[in-house]
Design a protein around this ligand. Structure first.
Ligand SMILES: [Mg+2]
Length: 364
């Protein structure tokens, strides 16, 4: 089997934040959901779908796929995944081991695993060594609202849907207090800060949040790769630390784990180097005794890939379901857990094909 064509499909999709102040809340001026889909065709008639991380960087990632990744895979056997991953990383190392280049490689890798599983006629999780019986528990990953009342409202909505865990994306005490008051004692609360602080400020804020009983604090320090400072924060505060969505490849995770930087490691399949590197990270985490917590605030093939990977882990952790509503369901029925647990599609490959009409509607 040979790869005959690679098509990059860019989508933009409006979404609902679930609060009345639609345009005024949130971060990074996040207006629409970006998708950078990768459609890989073969001479065997099998098509694979990949998903490169592209929030706020879609055009750059799409160009990287088109001009840096695609020419290096056309003509190769798509089932030769480990070597293609290695060859792409070696050829492109000079253009960034962390960031856009690895997002592009990640998207291609997901498409190759989709093709390989379809060629074998089995779901991806089976390809990864799982029966499909693992329970994959979900947590609600709330948007940033910067308003205690809105936080309380969204926490109440999450618990009414059966979520037992809610992650905030807030950076101030009143919002964290509001979440605890709304959620009561039983709700597990995580706070994801997205790398805002110096180590000193992070210590002060983590201790202030700790009063409201955090399950973990996520990425409190800038820059994200200051693993020594994260390790010190763990020691100083006693609060569990989660990080990893900004780390790519098993090598950066090795550095993170060796530094003792995290209690929870968060590889993102559309960023870390795809399914191939995610598995390396999972094996490292197991050997370091660190729990994996996949980063997955997206709705395309990357979300399905995360569910399949979680199926194949002995202890999959919790799967992130970003608590916004896209205008259209990319994969209907996949995003809403039942009794706090996700179902995993059992068709060949990723299990569900994208709807061509939806692609037509949202294509840029
Ligand atoms: Mg995060």
């Amino acid at each position: 089997m040979k790869i005959t064509n690679v098509e990059v499909i860019e989508l933009e999709m409006p979404f609902d934040r679930g609060v009345s102040k639609q345009g005024e809340v949130g971060f990074l001026n996040w207006g629409k959901l970006d998708f950078c889909l990768i459609k890989v065709e073969t001479d065997a008639g099998i098509t694979g779908w990949g998903d490169a991380f592209s929030f706020q960087c879609r055009r750059a990632v799409a160009e990287a796929v088109k001009h840096m990744v695609a020419p290096r895979v056309i003509g190769r056997d798509p089932r030769d995944i480990a070597r293609i991953s290695h060859d792409l990383q070696r050829a492109l190392h000079i253009f960034g081991r962390y960031g856009i280049t690895m997002f592009a490689i990640s998207g291609m890798d997901i498409a190759l695993w989709d093709i390989a599983s379809k060629a074998a006629g089995i779901p991806l999780y089976q390809m990864l060594g799982a029966s499909g019986d693992t329970k994959v528990p979900a947590y609600a990953s709330l948007f940033r609202y910067e308003d205690p009342e809105l936080v309380a409202d969204r926490v109440n909505h999450a618990t009414s849907l059966g979520y037992g865990l809610a992650k905030l994306h807030e950076i101030a005490v009143p919002e964290v207090r509001a979440a605890r008051e709304a959620g009561g004692e039983d709700l597990k609360i995580m706070v994801d800060t997205n790398c805002p602080w110096t180590p000193e400020k992070a210590r002060e804020m983590t201790l202030a949040f700790a009063e409201y009983d955090l399950h973990w604090i996520e990425e409190p320090i800038n820059p994200p790769e200051d693993f020594r400072a994260l390790a010190q924060l763990r020691e100083d505060t006693g609060v569990a630390v989660a990080a990893g969505e900004n780390a790519c490849t098993g090598f950066e995770f090795r550095n993170m784990l060796e530094a003792g930087a995290v209690d929870y490691a968060q590889p993102s399949v559309t960023k870390v180097g795809g399914i191939t590197e995610f598995r390396k990270v999972a094996a490292l985490c197991e050997s370091f005794g660190v729990q994996i917590m996949p980063h997955s605030p997206y709705f395309g093939p990357g979300f399905l890939a995360t569910l399949h990977l979680a199926q194949a882990l002995p202890n999959p952790g919790l799967i992130e379901r970003i608590f916004i509503t896209p205008e259209a369901d990319f994969y209907p029925g996949v995003y809403d857990p039942v009794d706090g647990v996700f179902g995993v599609p059992s068709g060949p490959g990723l299990g569900i094909e994208p709807d061509p009409d939806l692609i037509k509607t949202y294509r840029v």
